[in-house]
Ligand binder design. Sequence first.
Ligand SMILES: NC(=O)C1=CN([C@@H]2O[C@H](COP(=O)(O)OP(=O)(O)OC[C@H]3O[C@@H](n4cnc5c(N)ncnc54)[C@H](O)[C@@H]3O)[C@@H](O)[C@H]2O)C=CC1
Ligand SMILES: N/C(=C\C=C\C(=O)O)C(=O)O
Length: 487
Amino acid sequence: MAGTRALLMLENFIDGKFLPCASYIDSYDPSTGEVYCRVPDSGKEEVDAAVAAARAAFPGWAARGPQERSRALQRLADLLEEALEELARAESRDQGKTITLARTMDIPRAVQNFRFFASSILHHTSECTQMDHAGCLHYTVRAPVGIAGLISPWNLPLYLLTWKIAPAIAAGNTVIAKPSELTSVTAWMMCKLLGKAGVPPGVVNIVFGTGPRVGEALVSHPEVPLISFTGSQPTAERIMQLSAPHCKKLSLELGGKNPAIIFEDANLEECVPTTVRSSFANQGEICLSTSRIFVQKSIYSEFLKKFVEATRMWKVGIPSDPSASMGALISKAHLEKVRRYVKIARTEGARILCGEGVDQLSLPPGNQGGYFMLPTVITDIKDDSCCMKEEIFGPVTCVVPFDTEEEVIKRANSVKYGLAATVWSSSVGRVHRVAKKLQSGLVWTNCWLIRELNLPFGGMKSSGLGREGAKDSYDFFTEIKTITIKH
Ligand SMILES: NC(=O)C1=CN([C@@H]2O[C@H](COP(=O)(O)OP(=O)(O)OC[C@H]3O[C@@H](n4cnc5c(N)ncnc54)[C@H](O)[C@@H]3O)[C@@H](O)[C@H]2O)C=CC1
Ligand SMILES: N/C(=C\C=C\C(=O)O)C(=O)O
């Protein structure tokens, strides 16, 4: 329970109004372990109110032209950009990530999400075919689906929430969004800007609270025909079960166990720092984070030495420290889960080369209760260890050697996930060949996380269902109809 200090109190945002809730959940500052905020513990009642508001707003919003909706999105982007510093500070405090990352990645990307969909919504065309022998012309039309349910996780809070809200409202839907109960603050701050941007009441409604209460009420609601979800695979399974009786449209963006494949002709000057970043940026809490590093045997020792040296330079610090590369993990429970994986690796006979249990973490006295851990490199680990199979979602990465191209493709593909891979080689032929054979929705060669928002984003196998991007999100957030004209 919270102490006597003034806590930040969030409210739901329904029909353009901030509304208090009957009960609240404590929200923790990950860098101190102390409660600093209270989040509405909404349930069915709040979802019903949000559905009523979204239902009433839908016809008016859907009837506006794309240009008009686009202008509101542009204005919202401008307002978010004006508030960038305030939002970055709030995101960093709420999530535990460094202020530098929030300032340079999270909030700029939230701004870009609105700008991008404000523009892309103006450029869609529909299909038309002729059938002269039958005297027919066929064409397609698209229309917004209705009320979209949007559920987002805690790792990239405003970044991922806006990646869903922007395409949904650009296409003419109204939305009910549920951010993670662990990181709700920046979503609440954004609500203050919606009216000013010209987004009418009821178009964007945000209900805060836990997955089992408010998330399930939203997913089960018969008037919410589509759900876009980013988060874990077990939660996605539950969402699929609850959606099945209503035959809802689903977009599921789930986890990964992403390999980095490093061939002997890789440019290690670029590969080592990028692979440190792809393993440990945002505390390793990104679905695209590298967590299995396969290195060709001839350069294995050299790579390992350089990689461990560079990892030791990846500074863990309090989120407000501009020189920190990494902040605190999201919660005590998550920190314990991540540490458990390192413990299992050790009991299996793997070697921990740096980080957890090897090096000493140094923190200011006020942050001793925070959820910090050092970036950790594991080696001498078997491919069938849970550390090589399961999504750890923390600052832990495993490095193992390989001999041949065929062998490494097989090993990289031997997990249930298929989200993102990186391939490092200076052979153009090889990067094309390997990229094609990897079971992965995204392959970055000689780089990581360079995003082209136009193109499909999403995973194969247990990493998800559907894709997001300019055309893919438009397709998801609209219903298509084929019309035949006999002339
Ligand atoms: N994008 C990704 O790949 C992410 C993966 N994860 C993975 O999931 C693990 C657990 O993290 P969690 O926070 O528990 O993820 P989660 O999947 O439970 O949470 C994501 C969102 O789903 C909501 N949710 C939870 N249960 C729900 C339900 N029954 N119905 C509707 N919505 C529900 C949560 O409140 C949150 O808004 C992490 O350790 C990580 O491995 C977590 C966050 C993002
Ligand atoms: N979905 C996630 C990351 C997406 C990144 C992007 O769209 O650029 C995640 O970490 O959950």
